[in-house]
Ligand binder design. Structure first.
Ligand code: SOE
Length: 413
């Protein structure tokens, strides 16, 4: 159905200035938190960056007809669908953006690739290694036909993490010894916080592990340029039964609980694991929804022979750097304010010193994907990268099931 009042028209993209650029017509499945975040990305990327294609927010899809219509109007999508198969079948859609829970990623992505679409899929890529393998095979076959399939690890697109990656590649930390990374949230500390799909294995695949652990595994691998070789892990489900939701969704859960009914939590609440990189560097990871007082604290520190880097998502415009080659007398961690035009993504934004936030990562993701498609490059991160993360998550669960026995991660074929 056409949403008449939407800001876009066929052939005119989010910028309203597409006369000279071919459109990239996007169909997005899902309209909750991630749908809203991706909408921001698609709407804004072409207004801030000079893109080779003009992203057109063409269609948004969700099962509830009224809710998806309202989401289309709110987020600026030109039309709404209630069946993702209808969306995938439309010949006026070039790219399918998957923002649904993990249990539908594989089916939608496989159908979209078979229909000749480019695909952006939220993390974690899938709920199982088997699904992720099938998706990766389909993505490789589609790449030969010029299609791009990317997985949405948005924290690679924080200017400070992109700068950290550049500095590691330039050798500014030297040979790596330690990678220390945590992702801490606290929205489940209250045992009466209601159930959500995120706490059901059949929908989410896993708990804090897949939701937060996937991010930190990807970020650690992205910054180091290495893939984990094996892990030793512990996982725990602290609260195994929770009230069912009593009302509408709010934030990551529901606004109220139903006092009369409960549901079983079938995923982990927290995962703690160590790992080895092929270079010999040791890594430690912690992903939890029970870090009381920590809201969205993704922190990573790298220690190498020549220096160290540290990043904290709660201070995302900053990168800490210690240069160990400086004379000891005045060496020490210093703060790089990552807000300058020479930093990744920042030449297109505000004057120097004016910071960015969480939502900008989705704008940068849309920008990078548009370039990847237009320039016929390999996506970064690819489905193969998403598959490797999935292998790590599975190895973590295996190791945790065997009381932390070191579990090698299957090599990629
Ligand atoms: C919830 O834990 C969540 O929204 C994740 O699903 C996102 O991937 C992360 O960016 C923020 O936290």
């Amino acid at each position: 159905a056409e949403v008449a009042a939407a800001a876009t028209e066929a052939g005119t993209g989010a910028t309203g200035a597409s006369a000279t650029r071919p459109p990239l017509r996007v169909g997005m499945v899902g309209y909750a938190f991630m749908g809203a975040a991706h909408s921001q990305g698609w709407r804004t990327a072409g207004r801030v960056f000079d893109l080779p294609l003009d992203p057109v927010p063409a269609a948004i899809c969700g099962r509830d007809a009224d809710a998806v219509r309202e989401a289309a109007l709110r987020h600026g999508w030109a039309s709404a669908e209630t069946d993702w198969r209808a969306l995938v079948a439309r010949d006026d859609i070039d790219l399918v953006d998957i923002c649904t829970p993990g249990d539908s990623h594989a089916e939608i992505a496989l159908a979209a690739l078979a229909a000749g679409k480019h695909v952006l899929c939220e993390k974690p890529l899938a709920n199982t290694v088997d699904e992720a393998e099938a998706m990766t095979r389909a993505a490789e076959a589609a790449a030969a036909r010029g299609q791009v399939a990317m997985v949405g690890f948005n924290y690679r697109r924080v200017p400070a993490t992109a700068l950290a990656r550049r500095m590691v590649a330039e050798g500014r930390v030297g040979r790596l010894r330690h990678v220390r990374v945590v992702y801490l949230q606290d929205w489940l500390v209250d045992p009466q916080a209601p159930m959500t799909w995120r706490l059901r294995r059949e929908q989410a695949g896993s708990g804090a592990l897949g939701d937060l652990g996937a991010h930190i595994v990807d970020l650690a691998q992205y910054l180091t340029g290495e893939r984990l070789a094996g892990v030793s892990a512990l996982t725990e489900t602290f609260v195994r039964e929770r009230p069912l939701p009593g009302g509408a969704a709010r934030g990551l859960g529901a606004a109220s609980a139903d006092p009369a009914a409960t549901g079983q939590v079938t995923v982990d609440d927290a995962a703690v694991f160590t790992g080895r990189f092929p270079s010999g560097a040791l890594a430690s990871f912690e992903a939890t929804r029970y870090a009381t007082g920590r809201k969205n604290a993704l922190r990573i520190e790298l220690n190498g022979e020549r220096g160290s880097l540290a990043f904290d998502l709660e201070r995302l415009n900053e990168l800490q750097y210690h240069d160990a080659t400086e004379p000891g007398e005045h060496a020490g961690f210093r703060r790089i304010l990552v807000t300058e035009p020479e930093h990744p993504y920042l030449d297109a934004w505000w004057p120097p010193g004016h910071g960015l936030g969480y939502e900008h990562t989705f704008v940068h993701q849309a920008r990078d994907l548009v370039h990847t498609i237009a320039e016929g490059r390999r996506p970064d991160p690819s489905f193969a990268d998403g598959l490797h993360v999935q292998r790590v998550l599975t190895a973590v669960e295996e190791s945790a099931g065997k009381n932390s026995v070191y579990t090698p991660i299957a090599a990629d074929p």
